[in-house]
Design a binder for this molecule. Sequence first.
Ligand code: GRF
Length: 192
Amino acid sequence: MINIAIFASGSGSNAENIAEYFSGNKEIQISLILSNKADAFVHERAKKWGIPSLTCPKKEFDEGKRILEILRDHNIGFIVLAGFLLKIPDTLIETFPKKMINIHPALLPKYGGKGMYGDHVHKAVVAAGETESGITIHYVNEHYDEGQVIFQAKCEVLPTDTFEDVARKVHKLEYLHFPKVIEQTIGAAQKR
Ligand code: GRF
């Protein structure tokens, strides 16, 4: 059994979609949801699925020590970042080599890096007059949004689309692909 921890800072709709996908799975289970915010809605979603959820505030998270203890206590073997806004400390990256992945709501390397998260990304895509956007799932390394790309999927951006329209299309892609890509990536990690 592989135990996954999902890190999420806000609503957590991806976290919930992943929890639903793996519920009843005998090889992969979502064992922990971690947020840097005590009032993030993802905690409610965790409750609904009977998954323990914890808050690790920024200062403690940045130090790395406490978070490593938490992950060890829950026997976590794989980490999924789904709308998590803090930078990942190096100790964590070193402890989970190729065992931590992130989803970014655009086609990296475009619209990545510091400050490019959530609606900021979709607003920038619309402002630039892009004709397409999409999702990128990648391994996490020490630089924001620069780890090796595992998977991308595209959606069309129409001239009449608002940033909310683009966000909706991108979320749809996330729900469709992210759980399957997690499953495949864990499968690949086990073969190494
Ligand atoms: C998603 O679009 C994800 O790609 C981005 O943050 C958003 C999180 O949405 N990194 P939710 O909290 O899963 O609803």
